[in-house]
Design a protein around this ligand. Structure first.
Ligand SMILES: [Zn+2]
Ligand SMILES: [Zn+2]
Ligand SMILES: [Zn+2]
Length: 273
């Protein structure tokens, strides 16, 4: 198993504990993937792959004389198909619980629980946008009225019940927490399901269980084409052929063996111990 960077584990943990929404998870994964690049660029990739690298090519049998590489038999999972699938499934399902009305009620309750303080205001228009002018030792009202300003000048402000800036901040924070509580536990969060499924498959990919050892030439042929090299003459031909079109050599055990190596059951036989 190739250890994944902590960002991936953080998203996994947060989704498991339901402290992160699927949307947030998708964004974090996007950023983490861009930051770390593909796994074969990770520092620990080279170290770990050595433990899985066999001593001969699973396709042509080339041994230490060839450059051997570890080839995945499965592709690295892309995120988008998981999102597309989850969205399609979500849309085909019964509508998920709509928490917006409840959330609105909760937000009203949060607001109502806060007792406004008595604050200074303009005695004429009762606006809180008033300013004390030291030199003149009077207040002026800056509240917009029509096209201009109230502009009322006074010595003693009136008082009215109003929330302070700190109270407003605290209400905003509590409303946000109420939203998070709902959003992270929402049964219709299809992005959460998509990212969890992707993380599981990505982890499986990083396990290196679905790999085989190939020589560089066979790995190249497999990457670029659907071809295999002839064991006799090296001519590359389609795996559906039963004999080499160039030299006529019949396809023998080596091809059968390599076909076996491509099942998803696990690593090549060299990796067993
Ligand atoms: Zn080979
Ligand atoms: Zn005023
Ligand atoms: Zn041949």
């Amino acid at each position: 198993m190739i250890e994944w960077p902590f960002e991936f584990q953080r998203v996994q943990d947060a989704l498991d504990r339901r402290t992160m929404t699927g949307q947030e998870a998708a964004r974090e994964i996007f950023v983490a993937r861009r930051k770390h690049g593909p796994p074969w660029h990770w520092k620990n990739w080279k170290r770990t792959r050595v433990q899985f690298l066999g001593s001969e090519c699973a396709t042509c049998g080339a041994d230490h004389e060839a450059v051997l590489v570890l080839q995945h038999t499965v592709r690295i999972p892309r995120v988008q198909p998981y999102l597309d699938n989850a969205k399609a499934e979500y849309e085909a399902r019964e509508p998920a619980h709509d928490y917006r009305a409840e959330l609105r009620e909760e937000c009203y309750a949060i607001r109502d629980a806060v007792i406004p303080e008595m604050r200074d205001c303009c005695p004429l228009c009762f606006s809180l946008s008033i300013q004390f002018r030291k030199k003149a030792a009077t207040w002026i009202c800056n509240s917009p009225v029509g096209r201009g300003y109230c502009g009322h000048v006074f010595e003693v402000p009136a008082k009215k019940e109003a929330l302070t800036a700190a109270q407003k901040r605290s209400i905003r924070a509590r409303k946000y927490m109420a939203w998070r509580e709902k959003a992270t536990n929402w049964d219709g969060d299809w992005k959460r399901g998509a990212i969890l499924a992707w993380l599981a498959d990505f982890r499986e990919y990083l396990s290196l269980k679905h790999t085989k050892t190939l020589c560089k030439r066979c790995a190249f042929l497999e990457d670029m084409t659907d071809l295999k090299p002839c064991l006799e003459c090296g001519f590359a031909f389609s795996r559906t052929e039963t004999a080499c079109p160039d030299c006529g050599r019949a396809v023998a055990e080596a091809h059968a063996y390599s076909a076996e190596g491509e099942t998803d059951d696990g690593p090549t036989q060299n990796d067993d111990d």
